[in-house]
Ligand binder design. Sequence first.
Ligand code: APR
Length: 250
Amino acid sequence: MQKSIDEAARILMDSRMTIALTGAGISVESGIPDFRSAEGLWATYDPAEYATIQAFRNDPEKVWRMLREMDEVVGRAKPNEAHTGMGELEQMGCLHCVITQNVDNLHQAGGSREVIEYHGNSSTLSCLWCGKQYRTEAKRGEIPPLCECQKVLKPDVIFFGEAIPEYAMRRSFELASSAEALLVVGTSAVVSPANTLPSVVKRNRAKIIEINKERTHLTDTVTDIFFEASAGKVIPQLVAAIRERKGSDG
Ligand code: APR
């Protein structure tokens, strides 16, 4: 493991532009379940019934039963050492942007300033009918949360069947096309278009470092260094190895 850590640290230090692609796995150590692990959210709630925009429009009260469960967990969650470690990598100039599929705001809370959110952010809610927006915590306790126009509010997250924010798509592919290194953390990489970024990065022969508790389809195709371990364990080791090298490099 230490040899891989040292090799990955060297890649991150040598790369003139590094981006990260993160998924729900990076927030599991903050107490937020991921989706597709055995104990993930989709083991309890069928995404076809609870996570599509059509399901929300048809029966928002039903979808809010799942959303409320997630919101209670996200509302209590704090950034873990993987999030804060990525904030430190940015401060050290070894990570230029985090592209995340998560909606929990934990990268920002962990110190990352450059964050692109593919699936929105759960800290605000909007009314699909009158457009009014509210802070989620202002409506915590209301099941389901209602707009002053009495319609059920929707979290500002992307449901299946909704488009990825145009800025997120454009900017992430711009960055991927000139990245020299990509850090893939805690994603099963099964949902597009986020899961196409590693192949875009690979086209310019960038190095890919993957941290995941299990192998993914990236592992044996585009990944250069694979850590089969938790993000909260590996990222702090990467940060420490870079700090040590920077110290010895003077
Ligand atoms: N450290 C690293 N990896 C982890 C950890 C951990 N502590 N815990 C779990 N993982 C891994 C799991 O093994 C899994 O491979 O993280 C991955 C999480 O995959 P998913 O649950 O599929 O989550 P994600 O890839 O983010 O899903 C993408 O699908 O359902 C939609 O909109 C939802 O944004 C989500 C998208």
